[in-house]
Ligand binder design. Structure first.
Ligand code: FMN
Length: 219
């Protein structure tokens, strides 16, 4: 499917057919997610594919009984991974080795990283670190969602869930992993949905300075 056609046609899907999604299609979505960009190429994400009915039912409950989570034949838990995030300097060095990161930038990253580690000793700023991890995960999640749309699968990004319950159900090691989103995945049963309202470009884009509207079509 054409890229813009996919973007325009995608909807959050909350009703699913009772029909399994193939492992191949799930892997296509995972492949798209894997290729997402991330700061210093840290890739601080994990994807836990839940297909077992008991686990899905428990996740749906942790998601306040969301219809999509209840019905979807697969729920993909998008998880932040602090262990992978803490390897980001290694990833940055790999980038430098292949010429994708300038040596000066690597040196700056190294000193910033060492400074942060020093300050973090004993009092790691978990909030800041988790926010960075989460921001990267969001990009991978959207790659996943768009790949699902391109395969004409339905998907719903669910952010409203009890994180502690999800961590327990999925046996996460809370030292390293935390849930960012639950992605309900399956074949849509909610027909063709009209597009949800969006701000116009003029509403949200500015030209040269804050508050000066970008007038679509005339700029
Ligand atoms: C970060 C994030 C969290 C969301 N959380 C939920 C959720 O908890 N439950 C839900 O039904 N939809 C959720 N959505 C889907 C949005 O409601 C949906 O994207 C929005 O209404 C626009 O509709 P569309 O995706 O069909 O274009 C979430 C989407 C994002 C990006």
């Amino acid at each position: 499917m054409d890229f813009f056609e996919t973007i325009r046609g995608r909807r959050s899907c909350r009703e699913f057919l009772d029909r399994p999604v193939s492992a191949k299609d799930i892997e296509t979505c995972l492949e798209a997610a894997r290729l997402a960009p991330s700061g210093t190429n840290a890739q601080p994400w994990r994807f836990l594919v839940a297909r077992r009915p008991g686990i899905r039912a428990a996740l749906a409950e942790a998601g306040h009984g969301h219809s999509g989570l209840k019905q979807a034949p697969a729920i993909v838990a998008l998880l932040g991974d602090r262990g992978l995030y803490r390897k980001r300097l290694r990833r940055a060095k790999e980038l430098a080795d292949i010429g994708a990161l300038r040596p000066e930038t690597l040196a700056a990253l190294e000193s910033r990283y060492l400074e942060k580690e020093k300050n973090a000793a004993g009092s790691r700023d978990a909030g800041l670190e988790d926010r960075a991890i989460q921001a990267n995960c969001m990009l991978a999640g959207e790659h996943f969602v768009l790949a699902a749309a391109a395969l004409e699968l339905g998907c719903c990004w669910v952010g409203a869930f009890e994180a502690d319950k999800v961590a327990e159900i999925l046996k996460l090691n809370p030292k390293y992993n935390f849930p960012v989103a639950l992605l309900a995945l399956g074949y849509p049963a909610d027909g063709s949905q009209p597009p949800r309202p969006r701000y116009s470009i003029s509403d949200i884009a500015w030209k040269d300075e804050a508050g000066r509207p970008w007038e679509a079509g005339t700029a």
